[in-house]
Design a protein around this ligand. Structure first.
Ligand code: PGA
Length: 260
């Protein structure tokens, strides 16, 4: 799937009952109508809302995604949701390796890699998250940790058409703290160079930043040349804020398009 900058993806996490989730999706669709904007907008509602929201998004251009998927396509895995199930309900993408899965559910790189491969097998765009903890950053180990996560969880056959990497420093998620422009620029430049080594054409992969992205900081973050968009948690639960984040990325140049 060719993705243009800015790619703004909302991760609703475990938020949204039917009424408010559908109202939020409808509010986003209304804001999209008649607005000619570049880039790509997507949302990842909880699994229980994927089917009704898929219908509400019809014709809006807003991509629907899952927040996670199982490594297996089907079977005796109580409570899990497979990538083919996500595709079947109309998802175009899936997030894997979010820190709330890596740290809250003990998912390691091997499992994340298997989930990413499952997403690809189902024809989904995979949004692969990596991020260091505060202790790892303080110890000066951020780049090493990110390199290990990338190497360990990047599936075979990753390309700019089927995979996006999201850098989400764990200490910035839901905390109101964002990495500085310099920190994000340094990490993203490193990730891009590393991807160029790890995957054929890897330097053209889209890179998102995530962690306390708000309308007030989204513009400066997306102005960083190696940032192609943002993964938004808390602020994606408010249509006005999420839309303002998308608008904030409209002025940013797209250096990656010339690399493809
Ligand atoms: P946040 O979450 O925007 O609430 O910090 C980001 C994420 O976890 O994707």
């Amino acid at each position: 799937m060719p993705l243009a900058k800015p790619f703004v993806l909302g991760n609703w996490k475990m938020n949204g009952l039917r009424a408010d989730g559908e109202a939020l999706a409808l509010a986003l669709v209304e804001r999209q109508q008649g607005a000619v904007r570049k880039g790509t907008l997507g949302i990842c509602p909880p699994a229980t809302l994927l089917a009704p929201i898929h219908d509400l998004l019809a014709g809006s251009g807003i991509l629907l995604g899952g927040q996670d998927c199982a490594p297996a396509p089907a079977g005796a895995f109580t409570g899990d949701i497979s990538a083919p199930m996500l595709a079947d309900v109309g998802c175009r993408l899936v997030i894997v390796g979010h820190s709330e899965r890596r740290h809250g559910h003990g998912e390691d790189d091997r499992l994340v890699r298997a989930k990413a491969a499952a997403g690809h097998a189902a024809g989904l765009l995979v949004v692969l998250c990596v991020g260091e903890t505060e202790a790892e950053r303080d110890a000066g180990a951020a780049i090493d940790v990110l390199g290990r996560q990338l190497e360990g969880s990047l599936p075979d056959g990753a390309s700019a058409d089927n995979l996006v990497v999201a850098y989400e420093p764990v200490w910035a998620i839901g905390t109101g703290r964002t990495a500085s422009v310099e920190e994000v620029a340094a990490v993203h430049a490193h990730l891009r160079a590393r991807l160029g080594v790890l995957a054929d054409g890897g330097e053209a992969l889209r890179l998102l930043y995530g962690g306390s992205v708000k309308p007030a900081n989204a513009g400066e973050i997306m102005a960083i040349p190696d940032v192609d968009g943002v993964l938004v948690g808390g602020a994606s639960l408010d249509a006005g804020q999420f839309d303002a984040i998308y608008s904030a990325g409209q002025g940013a140049a797209d250096p990656v398009s010339s690399r493809r």
